[in-house]
Design a protein around this ligand. Structure first.
Ligand SMILES: Nc1ncnc2c1ncn2[C@@H]1O[C@H](COP(=O)(O)OP(=O)(O)OP(=O)(O)O)[C@@H](O)[C@H]1O
Ligand SMILES: [Mg+2]
Length: 307
């Protein structure tokens, strides 16, 4: 069952900026990573989902509630961590937490205390004078304190130090185990790899691909540079049906990408040749996604479906 639904959502800010015909869904209990370069439209999409902005056309809904019509209900029920945290002046962290608890209609303070401890935040000071990381932690505490089933997290770990990033990732892992539905925008590939079940990629306001995280990992190629003992060995390998990308007979070297499903064929072809050296170079999730960011037309990895 899909819990978060975005259907042909469009908001044109002019000059090619905005979001255009964006469609995706997040299923119950799923974590969807929302990736894309700066200005791609991630925060705009999330603001529309929360009902802070009205679409020109298309719809957004959370838990069956239309984002525009049911903005207040959504605010009460969904944990939202905005990309930029705007905090009111003159309040301490604790007063801010109490204000947000009242707004959400949550009586129990227990969970906010737990979260303050977990993220090592002292809420006594004026929120305006908090450091970037402290403001971010306060936003994390307020997003999670009423224990919502659905979470929209816009670059949740930006501004957190590496130790706190780890604490946060472990915390989200636990929330996933508890069945939460999460839409998470991020520029941090390790975070996406650790947490996301599927990944949606947005660029210039358009959703360009939605992929299964497991498919991406399996589809990633391991690249090998092989040097053979003799040109005969080189020839035998070149004609093994594996189709190396880059071969040079005089240097007796070739480069080959091996997806998981060809590992056995690769090892079998290698076993029939004498090898002088072999170097492995694995393609990481980061390199894979960099192709999208850099507009690399050559990219192509198994398991990718265009949206
Ligand atoms: N209220 C607005 N008025 C005019 N343009 C806007 C408005 N909000 C967003 N934009 C434009 O829409 C585009 C998408 O912005 P958005 O903040 O959604 O990007 P993003 O993917 O969240 O980027 P980042 O990774 O930098 O956070 C940008 O070009 C931005 O300038
Ligand atoms: Mg943003």
């Amino acid at each position: 069952m899909s819990v978060i639904e975005v259907n042909k959502l469009t908001k044109d800010y002019g000059h090619g900026r905005g979001i255009f015909d964006v469609t995706f869904e997040v299923h119950e209990g799923e974590t969807l990573g929302f990736l894309g370069p700066n200005g791609a439209g991630k925060s705009t999409t999330m603001r529309h989902l929360m009902g802070f902005a009205k679409p020109q056309s298309g719809t957004a809904s959370i838990g069956g509630l239309d984002s525009t019509a049911k903005h207040h209900e959504i605010l009460r029920n969904v944990g939202y961590l905005p990309g930029e945290v705007a905090l009111p002046d003159g309040l301490t962290g604790r007063q801010f937490i109490e204000m947000m608890l009242a707004m959400k209609g949550t009586v129990s303070k227990g969970r906010s205390e737990e979260l303050l401890e977990r993220f090592a935040l002292n809420p006594a000071g004026n929120v305006k004078r908090m450091s970037i990381g402290e403001k971010r932690k306060l936003a994390v505490v307020t997003a999670f304190m009423s224990d919502p089933d659905i979470l929209l997290l816009d670059e949740p770990t930006s501004g957190l130090d590496p130790v706190m990033q780890e604490v946060f990732i472990e915390f989200i892992r636990e929330e996933k185990r508890r069945g939460k539905t999460i839409l998470l925008s991020s520029h941090i590939f390790s975070e996406v790899e650790a947490l996301c079940d599927r990944i949606a990629i947005i660029k210039d306001g358009k959703l360009i691909s939605t992929v299964d995280a497991a498919d991406v990992k399996h589809g990633l190629k391991n690249e090998f540079t092989i040097e053979f003992e003799t040109t005969d060995d080189y020839d035998r390998f070149i004609h093994s049906g594996l189709d190396p990308e880059n071969g040079n007979k005089s240097s007796k070297k070739c480069v080959i990408s091996v997806p998981d499903q060809l590992t056995n064929a690769f090892l079998s072809a290698l076993s029939k040749c004498r090898i002088r050296s072999i170097d492995e170079h694995s393609v990481s999730l980061e390199e894979y996604f960099m192709h999208f960011y850099k507009n690399d037309k050559k990219f192509g990895v198994g398991g990718v479906q265009n949206a």
